[in-house]
Design a protein around this ligand. Structure first.
Ligand code: AP5
Length: 214
């Protein structure tokens, strides 16, 4: 968990390489649906483009399906889901029914102005999804993915400053309460990691935190 731009996607990709779990990002799943041009994709685009959360009934259905389909013997790393308390309750119910425990919740923190800088400079590879930043994590060759030099990096439609501010407001109003939801339950290990260091510093702290979760 963490506000938009805190580094969830960047760090999730590194954790998956280190620990071998399956990475399920709700944002990536929704963007793929949007790109496919389905009716659902068009509906998702309305909310995402406005910096608002997608309604819970849609999110829960799409994510429950993705979790069921994931081949996750080595575990699942959920990125961007759950983002509201009702989503957390739906996830708990699904995990209970599947007999799978929630090992822990990691929250990456970062202050608002750094987030705006990070998000407005973000670029990603349309082939592999690798995330760059024009200043903080630039590719070797400007505008091109290191692993797919034939692919020009793209900017997300919701990465404009005005939309970022709306996404931040949605985070504080609707998603922060999910952290309290898990803390109040007591049995879930909730770890806060400072996301303001360099990407490698954050990775080192996160790897320790995740290793301790078993
Ligand atoms: P989603 O795709 O989940 O976006 P988000 O939560 O807003 O998070 P981001 O992907 O923007 O940021 P990140 O934390 O992954 O940062 P990143 O690693 O890329 O959701 C998009 C939309 O989909 C939502 O607004 C909503 O509409 C909808 N949605 C998704 N899930 C939903 C749900 N469950 N319920 C309802 N609606 C949902 O890093 C950002 C940039 O910073 C990059 O350029 C990176 O290179 C750079 N960077 C990363 N780490 C560092 C560092 N340590 N130092 C300097 N730069 C860094």
């Amino acid at each position: 968990m963490g506000p938009p731009g805190a580094g969830k996607g960047t760090q999730a990709k590194r954790l998956v390489e280190a620990f071998g779990m399956v990475h399920l990002s709700s944002g990536d799943i929704f963007r793929a649906e949007k790109a496919g041009g389905s009716d659902l994709g068009r509906k998702l685009a309305e909310y995402m483009g406005a910096g608002q959360l997608v309604p819970d009934d849609i999110v829960v259905k799409v994510m429950a399906n993705a979790i069921t389909k994931a081949d996750a013997d080595a575990g699942l790393l959920l990125d961007g889901f759950p983002r509201t308390v009702p989503q957390g309750e739906a996830l708990d119910e699904q995990l209970d029914q599947a007999g799978k425990p929630l090992d822990g919740v990691v929250v990456i923190t970062c202050d608002d102005e750094a987030i705006v800088q990070r998000i407005t400079g973000r670029r990603s590879c349309p082939v592999c999804g690798r995330i760059y930043h024009v200043a903080f994590l630039p590719p070797k060759e400007e505008g091109l993915c290191d692993d797919h030099p034939e692919a020009e990096l793209t900017q997300r439609a919701d990465d404009r400053e005005d939309v970022v501010r709306d996404r931040l407001a949605a985070y504080y109003r609707q998603t922060e309460p999910v952290i309290a939801y898990y803390r109040d339950r007591g049995e879930v290990n909730v770890v806060e990691v400072d996301g303001s260091g360099t990407p490698n510093e954050v990775t080192a702290t996160l790897r320790d935190a995740v290793a301790r979760m078993g």
